[in-house]
Ligand binder design. Structure first.
Ligand SMILES: [Fe+2]
Length: 197
């Protein structure tokens, strides 16, 4: 990935996040700052316009925009086709900032009702729902159970993860009807450059 070609708004965002990670001592404070910075990025009209051409990530994929060589945070994209319903899951010990760039999504949070001591079993219930409109960022703490549901139109989100889990750590998945808990790999990473048009 060469720095020169990157879309300016995106390059500035990466540098600001790196500065935050250099300055702040722990993952929680770094990701809180990152979420504020991401809010600025997903309000950027140049990036929104540019994202209209991004390919769909149907089939459990993420666009991989950037992985930091020093701090190891990862920037991903998700492009949902109309009506796409995301499954209910957690991100294990990682922090995630989820920013809606285009379209409208429904951001759901769930609470766990059982003590998590029965193998493969989980009881959960919906705790809150917020409208994921362009410019909205949801900061998801470790092990928080959540889901993003696509709207009637195509939608696009930019995600910053405190680290890459894929290939290293399994994430929890929840089926509220069957009261099932399983673990699986996160989405397949598809390298994609956010370069100047
Ligand atoms: Fe998630």
């Amino acid at each position: 990935m060469t720095t020169a070609k990157r879309l300016e708004a995106f390059e500035k965002f990466i540098q600001a996040v790196r500065a935050a990670w250099a300055e702040l001592p722990d993952t929680e404070s770094r990701m809180k700052r990152t979420a504020q910075l991401l809010e600025g990025l997903v309000k950027d009209p140049t990036l929104r316009e540019y994202s209209k051409s991004w390919p769909s990530t149907e089939g459990h994929k993420n666009l991989l925009f950037y992985e930091d060589p020093d701090y190891h945070f990862v920037i991903n994209g998700v492009v949902r086709t109309p009506g796409r319903k995301g499954g209910i899951h957690d991100h294990a010990h990682a922090w995630t900032a989820y920013g809606v760039l285009d379209g409208v999504e429904r951001l759901e949070r769930y609470r766990r009702l059982d003590a998590g001591q029965k193998e493969g079993y989980a009881e959960i219930e919906l705790e809150s729902v917020s409208d994921g409109i362009p410019g909205k960022v949801d900061l998801v703490p470790p092990y928080a159970i959540h889901s993003e549901k696509g709207g009637a139109e195509r939608s696009v989100a930019v995600i910053v993860r405190s680290e890459r889990l894929v290939g290293r750590t399994l994430q929890g998945r929840y089926d509220p009807e069957k009261r099932q808990f399983t673990q699986g790999q996160g989405p397949t990473q598809v390298p994609f450059e956010i370069s100047s048009p």
